[in-house]
Design a protein around this ligand. Structure first.
Ligand code: ADP
Ligand code: ZN
Length: 737
C-alpha cells in the first residue's frame, strides 16, 4: 500500500509505446491503488488500460499530469516480485516494459471486458402475486418454469419457450422471478477422465535427486539443480515426487515443457498424480479457458501449472518449485520481442523467490552443463534407465559405402531394411525419423542445373507429391510444377533429396504388408490429427511410424524396438556453431524412443559423416565425451557458454539500405571493440531473404550483456536508421538463421 506522500503512479499503457507515463493518483483512489494494479487512464482523446509499475513522489514530466481514471481490479494483477522479474527481462533482453507485461499477462486477461462466464438462471419467487395480465410468452415461460421445478437456466428456458429475453425481463422486474448467477469456470478437462497413479518406489539415483531437491526447499538461497538423466531414466517421476513435496509444504509448482511436448500423454501423467489441482496453459486453449485458468492460478486454486514458455510468468501466489523439462530445447527461446529464454527466466525467477529449480535433460545445453561443472548448479545424474532396462544398441551406417554398393544414393541401407523386416515378423513397432517434410527437397534440371526457388525467399522449393506442387517452407508460397525447365526447356526434371512423403512412398514399396503412418505438419493439421495418429500407433494399428521432429521427443511406446534415423547429418551442415550440439541432441532423443519396454531396442544412424564427433559420441551415448570436446572448441573461439552471443538483425525491403545500415553499425561497433566485446563482420543472414524482406546481421560476443547493450545503445543514438529498415536485438541468440 502506498504511503501518504506518494501521489504519482508510473503506468505502462497497453499500447505499443516505448515508455511508461506518469499520472496523478486522485485521493479517492489512493486507498486501493497499488503497484501492479490494473487501471484505466486518459491517453490523448482516449481511455486506455494500463498497469502501475511504480509509485512516485515526484516526476520529471514537464506538462501537467492527468489523473488516473479508475482502478479496475482491487487485487493487483502483477505482484511486486513478478514486476521485478519483468524489469530484469526488459533490461537484459533490451525489450520494452510494455512488451514484457504483454508477455506475462495473457491477452484474454488483459482485454477489457474479459470476464468469467456466468451461468444465469431464474427461479420463481415464492408467494409473489401474479400480475393481472400476462402475455402468451410470459405464460409459457411460467409454465415451463413450474414444470422444471421452479428453477431453470436462462439459456435453456428461452430456448424451450422459443422466446426473446424481454418477456423474461418483465417478469423479473415485476418481482415474479429472480435472476441468479453462478460462475462456471471453463474447464479444459471437462470431457476427459483419468486413472490415478501412486508414487513409485524410487531407484537409488532418483532418490538422491529427490533428496537434493527437498533439501534445497529448506535452503533460502538454493542452487539450481541440473537433473542429467538418460532417456527413460525416470526424470518425470522425480519431478512428480518433488512437486508433491512442495504441495505438502502448501506451495505450488510450475512445470515448463516445450510446446511440442505438451501432449495429452505428458499432461495425463501429471493429472494422474495431481488430478484437478493442475492447470494447463498452452496455445490451444480458447480465450475463455485461458482467462479462467489464469484467475484460478492466481487465487492459488491450482497446485501445479504445466505450460510452454510463457507459463513461467504464471501468477501462482506461493511458488515452491520450478521444473524445466528438456531444458536444452531451442523452442524455449521466443523469436519475437521480448526475445527471452524461458529456461533462463525460470532460473532468474527461482533466484528471486529463493526456491529450488530443476533443469532436466538427457542432453543438457552446454550452458547448463558448464554451470554444473563450475559449481554454479548442483548436478544430479540418472545414468540408468528406470527398472534397469537396457539402453538401446546404436549402430552407425556409412551411407557413402551404401551408395557405392548400390550404384546410386539410397534411402534405406541394407542393414536397416533387414532390421525392419525382422521387427515386422515379430510384430514389434518401428519409428523412422527424417527431419524434412514434403517429397523431395528440390526440383533440379539435370541438364542446366536450374533449381526452382521461391521468388520471395532465398530457399529452394520443396516438392509435395500429395498436392503435386512446389512449396516454400518459409513463406508457404506455392508454385505449379513446371512441365519443362524454365531455363533450358529440357523435359527431364529430377527430384533431388528426400522428404517424409518420399520416405513413406518407398517404405510402402519395400514393406507392402506393413501398416505405415506418417506424422509431420502436413498430416497433423486439424485439432485431433496429431492424437489420432499416435492413438493408432499405441493401439498397434500402425507398424511403422514415419515422422519429422514431431516424433523425436517425449513419446513413450514400449513396443517400439527399432528406430531408424535416415539422414543424421541433415542438422550437421547448418551454418550455426551449435550444429554439432543439435545433432547430438537429436540423435540421442530419437534413439531414446527405442526399447522402452521389455524388449531391448536397436537404433540405426544412417549418415554421410560417420566420424563426426557428434555422431560418434551419440553412438556411444557418451554425453560427457561430446561435451568435453565441444567445450574445448567453444572456449577457443569464445562462443557460449564462454561468452554471450548477441545478434543484431537488420531487416527491410530495400537491400541496399539494409546492408548500408548494417555496415555502418558494424563499423561503429568495431571501433568500440575490446577483448571483452568481439564484433563480427556484417553479413547477410544464412536465410538472406524471407517473404520479400532482406536480412542482414551482426554477431557480438561479450562476457557481459550489460556492456554490450550499453555500447550498442550509444551507437543507436548517433546512427538513426532509414525509415524502411528495422533493427532487432537478440540477446543469447539461439536461432542464427
Ligand atoms: P524420462 O522422463 O527420464 O525420459 P520417464 O519418467 O518417462 O523417463 O520414465 C520411463 C519409464 O520408467 C516410465 O514408464 C516410468 O513410469 C518408469 N519409471 C520411472 N521411475 C520408475 C521407478 N522408480 N520404478 C519403476 N518404473 C519407473
Ligand atoms: Zn517463400
Amino acid at each position: 500500500m502506498n504511503t501518504a506522500s506518494t501521489k504519482i503512479a508510473r503506468v505502462v499503457v497497453d499500447i505499443a509505446i516505448e515508455r511508461a507515463f506518469d499520472y496523478l493518483i486522485p485521493t479517492s483512489l489512493e486507498p486501493v491503488l497499488q503497484i501492479g494494479s490494473r487501471v484505466t487512464v486518459p491517453f490523448g482523446p482516449r481511455s486506455v488500460q494500463g498497469y502501475v509499475i511504480q509509485l512516485l513522489t515526484s516526476t520529471e514530466t514537464k506538462h501537467r499530469l492527468k489523473p488516473i481514471g479508475k482502478v479496475n481490479n482491487i487485487e493487483p494483477y502483477l505482484d511486486e516480485k513478478l514486476l521485478q522479474l519483468l524489469h530484469w527481462l526488459s533490461s537484459y533482453y533490451g525489450a520494452r516494459m510494455e512488451q514484457c507485461i504483454r508477455t506475462a499477462l495473457p491477452g484474454a486477461v488483459r482485454k477489457t471486458g474479459a470476464r468469467f462466464r456466468e451461468q444465469q438462471s431464474v427461479s420463481l419467487v415464492d408467494g409473489a402475486p401474479l400480475p393481472d395480465k400476462l402475455t402468451t410468452q410470459q405464460q409459457r415461460i411460467l409454465a415451463l418454469l413450474h414444470a422444471a421445478g421452479g428453477k431453470q437456466t436462462v439459456t435453456l428456458l428461452l430456448k424451450e419457450a422459443k422466446s426473446s429475453r424481454s418477456p423474461l425481463q418483465t417478469l423479473i422486474r415485476k418481482g415474479v422471478l429472480v435472476l441468479d448467477a453462478t460462475v462456471q469456470p471453463r474447464d479444459p478437462f471437462a470431457h476427459s477422465t483419468f486413472l490415478r497413479t501412486e508414487p513409485l518406489a524410487l531407484m537409488p539415483a532418483q532418490q538422491n535427486a529427490l533428496t537434493a531437491v527437498v533439501e534445497a526447499m529448506r535452503d533460502d538461497k538454493p542452487k539450481p539443480i541440473l537433473l542429467y538423466g538418460v532417456t527413460g531414466s525416470g526424470k518425470t517421476e522425480v519431478y512428480l515426487q518433488a512437486i508433491a513435496a512442495a504441495v505438502d509444504r502448501k506451495q505450488q509448482a510450475i512445470v515448463l515443457v516445450p510446446e511440442i511436448a505438451l501432449t495429452p500423454q505428458t499432461v495425463s501423467r501429471f493429472r494422474a498424480r495431481f488430478g484437478n489441482r493442475i492447470a494447463v496453459l498452452h496455445s490451444h486453449l480458447s480465450e475463455g479457458e485461458r482467462h479462467d485458468e489464469w484467475h484460478r492460478i492466481r487465487k492459488g486454486d491450482a497446485e501445479v501449472v504445466i505450460g510452454a514458455r510463457s507459463a513461467i510468468f504464471a501468477p501462482l501466489p506461493n511458488i515452491g518449485l520450478i521444473v524445466v523439462d528438456e531444458e536444452h530445447e531451442p523452442s524455449y527461446k521466443q523469436s519475437e520481442a521480448p526475445r527471452y529464454h524461458a529456461r533462463d527466466v525460470a532460473v532468474m525467477r527461482a533466484h528471486q523467490l529463493g526456491c529450488p529449480i530443476i533443469l532436466g535433460s538427457a542432453t543438457p545445453a552446454l550452458e547448463s552443463w558448464h554451470n554444473a561443472k563450475r559449481g554454479k548448479y548442483t548436478c544430479c545424474t540418472l545414468s540408468d534407465r528406470a527398472d534397469y532396462r537396457q539402453m538401446p544398441a546404436v549402430q552407425v551406417v556409412d551411407m557413402r559405402i551404401e551408395a557405392e554398393r548400390q550404384g546410386h544414393p539410397v534411402i534405406f541401407s541394407k542393414e536397416l531394411l533387414d532390421a525392419i523386416h525382422s521387427r515386422l515378423q515379430r510384430k514389434e513397432q518401428v519409428m523412422l525419423f527424417l527431419n524434412r517434410r514434403g517429397y523431395a527437397s528440390s526440383l533440379i534440371c539435370p541438364k542446366c542445373g536450374y533449381v526452382s526457388e521461391c521468388s520471395s525467399c532465398s530457399v529452394s522449393h520443396t516438392y509435395h507429391k500429395t498436392q503435386h506442387a512446389l512449396l516454400c517452407h518459409i513463406c508457404g508460397g506455392r508454385r505449379a510444377v513446371p512441365e519443362h525447365c524454365p531455363q533450358c526447356n529440357d523435359l527431364s526434371f529430377r527430384y533431388a533429396g528426400f522428404g517424409t512423403q518420399r520416405l513413406e512412398a518407398i517404405a510402402r514399396k519395400c514393406f507392402p504388408h506393413a501398416q505405415i503412418a506418417r506424422m509431420d505438419t502436413d498430416t497433423t493439421r486439424g485439432k485431433n490429427g496429431y492424437n489420432h495418429i499416435l492413438d493408432d500407433f499405441r493401439d498397434r494399428k500402425v507398424d511403422i511410424l514415419i515422422g519429422t521432429q514431431m516424433i523425436a521427443k517425449g513419446l513413450h511406446f514400449p513396443n517400439v524396438t527399432l528406430v531408424g534415423i535416415m539422414f543424421a547429418d541433415m542438422s550437421l551442415h547448418m551454418p550455426d556453431f551449435r550444429a554439432g550440439e543439435r545433432t547430438f541432441q537429436l540423435i540421442t532423443q530419437v534413439a531414446g524412443r527405442a526399447g522402452r519396454g521389455e524388449v531391448a531396442g536397436e537404433v540405426f544412424i544412417q549418415t554421410y559423416t560417420p566420424h563426426h564427433n557428434a555422431v560418434q559420441t551419440a553412438r556411444q551415448q557418451n554425453y560427457d565425451a561430446f561435451a568435453t570436446e565441444e567445450l574445448t572448441f567453444r572456449k577457443e573461439l569464445l562462443y557460449p557458454p564462454f561468452s554471450h552471443l548477441i545478434c543484431l538483425h537488420f531487416r527491410g525491403v530495400n537491400e541496399a539500405e539494409v546492408r548500408f545500415a548494417c555496415e555502418s553499425y558494424a563499423r561503429q561497433l568495431q571501433s568500440n571493440a575490446t577483448s571483452n566485446l568481439i564484433v563480427a563482420d556484417p553479413v547477410p543472414a544464412p536465410l538472406a531473404k524471407a517473404k520479400d524482406i532482406y536480412r542482414y546481421q551482426i554477431m557480438l560476443r561479450s562476457k557481459s550483456v550489460r556492456n554490450a547493450i550499453a555500447s550498442f545503445r550509444d551507437i543507436a543514438k548517433s546512427l538513426p536508421l532509414p525509415q524502411t529498415v528495422t533493427l532487432a536485438i537478440d540477446v543469447d541468440a539461439v536461432d542464427l538463421m
